[in-house]
Design a protein around this ligand. Structure first.
Ligand code: ATP
Ligand code: MG
Length: 365
């Protein structure tokens, strides 16, 4: 009897630096997962939209780039940015338009201490449940709306404005997603972050809409923090939080901190989701292109693998959760066995970690 194999079309954008190394590793792992599972396959299409090609072509994405991506079930992204291109050009040339035009208004960033790894926080180094968060980042507006302008450029009187845009629609949908996430987790706890003492328009609207939406989720325990105090709480009392919702900028910063507190920025994943599923969602580790270790074959692929697991969960629409969970078990069996890269105080390289996880997949799945 032949079972019908499901085919998932994935667009890959390795980008720059270690984005290339870890995307290659993630594809190798996902191919192994599909082979071992046997009920589905991946069809890959690679897009060479890098900073190097930008310098030759004058653009990151071709004019029909977004259309090309929309033919896929999901997008797998490595990292973009290189020292010889200003970061705002690479960001606005590639990743921000992909998020925006594919309605990826949620960015989910889970953080926890994986088996066999250690938090730099002494108060939670040995108990994984002491640091287990998921940051829900508003991914479509706020401080990264791109509105603003510059006058009197190149004069001593230059004025630049950078407008943060907050809409009721945008806030309400991210709050609802955050409450749903909190509700789906054992602790049912949500912390909402603002800077509404100093920013008296957009952040006050966040507060207001938050309270409205909270009424629909009486089973979720919640609290509110100002972002500055939040950084202190993350360090001093990591046990006290579970799901966290914050603006585009605040959550960007908090999730780098969260990743570092969980052991390394190299393990942290992210999912850029269009919850309506009208457009493809995008999965990427949160780290950047890391020019200092690019091309050396030593990048930690764990953040890329975790992102790959979340991609499998998403495209499977509930039918591949066991595969995603198995993949996470395989990753943690490897870190638990001490097969780790240098950023996690190990001595393995990217290839060794990748091969070890592939081997575990054969046992676990
Ligand atoms: P971006 O602007 O894209 O966020 P960034 O300049 O903030 O990038 P990253 O590239 O994310 O910086 O990483 C900062 C440093 O952390 C790197 O230079 C590297 O030393 C380390 N690092 C990041 N990712 C990894 C990884 N996967 N494995 C090992 N080390 C990493
Ligand atoms: Mg960064």
């Amino acid at each position: 009897v032949h079972s019908v194999e499901k085919l998932y079309k994935i667009a890959t954008i390795p980008g720059d630096g270690i984005g290339v190394d870890i995307t290659e590793a993630a594809i190798q792992l996902l191919e192994k997962v599909a082979e071992v599972d046997g009920t589905f396959k991946f069809q890959w299409e690679n897009f060479d939209w890098s900073s190097k090609n930008y310098k030759e072509r004058g653009y990151y994405m071709p004019p029909d780039g977004l259309e090309q991506l929309q033919k896929h079930d999901a997008i797998y992204f490595g990292a973009v940015g290189w020292p010889d291109v200003p970061d705002h050009i690479s960001l606005w040339g590639l990743i921000l338009p992909i998020r925006k035009y594919n309605n990826q208004y949620v960015n989910v960033r889970p953080t926890r201490i994986l088996e066999g790894t250690k938090s730099p926080l002494t108060q939670c180094a040995n108990k994984p449940e002491d640091l287990d968060w998921v940051i829900i980042r508003e991914n479509s507006e706020g401080e990264y709306a791109g509105q603003g302008g510059t006058t009197h450029e190149n004069s001593p009187h230059t004025i630049a404005t950078e407008l943060a845009i907050f809409t009721r629609v945008g806030i309400e949908r991210i709050m609802r997603f955050a409450f749903e996430t909190a509700r789906s987790r054992p602790r049912k706890k949500l912390t909402m972050v603002t800077k509404s003492n100093a920013q008296r328009h957009g952040m006050v609207l966040w507060d207001k809409v938050f309270h409205e939406v909270a009424k629909e989720y009486e089973d979720v325990e919640w609290d509110k923090m100002l972002v500055d105090a939040m950084t202190v709480r993350m360090v001093n009392n990591p046990q006290s939080m579970d799901t966290i919702v914050a603006t585009n900028l605040h959550a960007d910063i908090l999730s780098d901190l969260a990743a570092a507190l969980s052991g390394s920025i190299g393990i942290a994943p992210s999912s850029n989701l269009d919850p309506t599923r009208r457009y493809p969602s995008m999965f990427e580790p949160i780290h950047g292109s890391a020019p200092d270790i690019a091309g050396k074959g030593i990048a930690n692929p764990v953040g890329a693998f975790w992102s790959a697991a979340e991609m499998v969960r998403w495209i499977g629409k509930g039918e591949l959760d066991h595969v995603a969970d198995g993949l996470m078990t395989a990753i943690e069996n490897v870190t638990a066995a001490g097969i780790k890269t240098k950023d996690l105080a190990g001595s393995a390289n990217t290839k060794e970690v990748t091969e070890a996880v592939c081997k575990e997949v054969e046992k676990v799945l």
